[in-house]
Design a protein around this ligand. Structure first.
Ligand code: GTP
Ligand code: MG
Length: 456
């Protein structure tokens, strides 16, 4: 490692404050060449974790900013190395000039995720926690923040450490009995090992099922808005977004292509897809739009079937009903509640368990829809219980460990000699080791940190 890295850690746009990070063996030495504390003491002689006011200068001595610096001494820092963070004024020009000064003073540009990678390599975070750093930056809803924050705090890591330790105990016990037959060791009892492995397997199953929930919380739910032309689908999209995203006209067949936007409804992140009105048409472009609508409905976890309450239910509405029936979850949205209602509700009530009346025009009834969606995904979004794993890599590792654990239980139960079981326990151990980074290949580590932004 050794070399000292620097990067702008905040977004490159005008703002009140912009932060530059510096980390490595020579961080204080390099910082002293560009930062001059007002109290006259050199930076390296200043106390750690205190705010130091001073002047940031280029190598040639030109003042670049009056700013604050905070230093942390190894190993008590985010990266585990000597670090300095400069809180400058948030001007991209100032930050760029200050960063250049640090390069001239001996630092080099940090790569994406390099600060967090160093934190991992120095044992400040395990791999699951490092991934949570990324998740917390990416979080778009409060439940997503809760999951990431709990992972970052080490909740999942603690569970994995316990499991890892149990596998090691089983392996160590077995080897000790074989290698030291003369010692007065407790014999290796298959039944004890089975009990431990069963406990582990139940924890791993819970973790694996948490992935589906965390996926919904993190990535959101794909939600198609379908209905006959002019039902008010685009108006509903706009009303939910709070701005005029999609074109709305009284002409049936306005929307041709699908439009996707994210919105938070009922504390759930929805990836809303506005679609072309479903109907038989000779217009080639509209036909292609209708096909896309069908596809969007097929891919959706939730379908909002929009009906025009001011019109009788017609043949064109049946397409929307069929599309909604094919989806795992659906809601009938009876729109245009501000107009006299003539729609025959009986067929809709027969088909849909969940119905709400709204006026996309007046933006009324949206609270009811919000409540319905909230209740619908209550199980998935309640983050109060249990630990969550949050990406494919983690899910794959847990699935691998679970499979090997179950194989081990099966073999032990069927009376196979314990050494036949060891291979399974060892492969479960290595799956968990890859998950938390206790035993991981360098190429996997690099892949993980490449996903990070520079400065993190
Ligand atoms: N009175 C009333 N009119 C509405 C309401 N919602 C939409 N409209 C009107 O209905 C017409 C069609 O609305 P759109 O949102 O374009 O309908 P759409 O379902 O997206 O239509 P297509 O894209 O053609 O499939 C427009 O004139 C809207 O102003 C509502 O709640 N009340
Ligand atoms: Mg439309």
């Amino acid at each position: 490692m050794g070399d000292t890295i620097a990067a702008i850690a905040t977004a490159m746009q005008k703002s009140a404050i912009g932060i530059i990070r510096l980390s490595g063996d020579d961080a204080f030495l390099i910082a002293e060449r560009v930062f001059y504390p007002k109290n006259g003491r050199p930076l390296s002689k200043q106390p750690a974790r205190q705010i130091i006011y001073g002047e940031l200068r280029s190598i040639s001595g030109a003042t670049l900013d009056h700013c604050l610096a905070v230093l942390s001494r190894a190993p008590k820092s985010y990266t585990g190395e000597n670090t300095v963070e400069f809180q400058c004024h948030g001007s991209p020009a100032v930050l760029t000039a200050a960063l250049r000064a640090l390069f001239e003073a001996g630092a080099r540009q940090a790569k994406a995720g390099e600060f967090t990678k160093r934190a991992f390599l120095n044992g400040k975070l395990d791999l699951v926690q490092a991934e949570a750093v990324m998740d917390i930056i990416d979080a778009e809803t409060e439940p997503a923040i809760h999951i990431a924050a709990s992972q970052l705090g080490g909740a999942v890591s603690a569970v994995l450490d316990r499991i890892y330790g149990s596998y090691l105990d089983i392996l160590a016990h077995f080897h000790a009995v074989i290698d030291y037959p003369d010692e007065d060791l407790e014999p290796f009892e298959a039944e004890n090992a089975i009990n431990t492995l069963k406990d582990i397997s139940s924890v791993l199953s819970d973790l694996l099922s948490s992935f589906q929930r965390s996926r919904i919380i993190k990535d959101g739910v794909k939600c198609a808005i379908v209905g006959r032309p002019n039902a008010g689908k685009s108006s509903l999209l706009n009303a939910l977004l709070g701005y005029e995203r999609a074109i709305v006209t009284p002409i049936a067949g306005t929307t041709r292509d699908t439009i996707e936007e994210k919105v938070i409804l009922g504390e759930v992140l929805l990836r809303l897809v506005d679609t072309a009105g479903m109907r038989e048409t000779d217009d080639v472009v509209e036909q292609m739009g209708v096909e896309r609508s069908m596809e969007a409905a097929r891919q959706a976890e939730l379908v909002l079937a929009v009906f025009d309450g001011s019109q009788p239910l017609g043949e064109e509405d049946r397409c929307a009903i069929r599309a909604a029936l094919g989806a795992p979850k659906s809601v009938a949205v009876i729109n245009k509640a501000d107009l006299p209602q003539v729609i025959d509700m009986a067929p809709i009530e027969e088909t849909f368990k969940l119905i709400c009346r709204v006026s996309a025009l007046d933006r009324t009834g949206l609270d009811t829809l919000d409540g319905i969606v909230k209740k619908m995904f209550e199980d998935e979004t309640s983050t109060h219980t249990g630990e969550f794993i949050t990406n494919e890599r983690q899910a794959d590792a847990v699935a691998k460990a679970l499979k090997s654990t179950e194989l081990a239980i099966e073999s032990l139960g069927s009376g196979l000699t314990p050494d036949a079981v060891l291979i399974d326990v060892e492969s479960a151990l290595s799956a968990i080791g890859e998950l938390n980074g206790k035993s991981i290949r360098e190429d996997i580590t690099s892949r993980i940190f490449e996903r990070f932004c520079v400065g993190k």
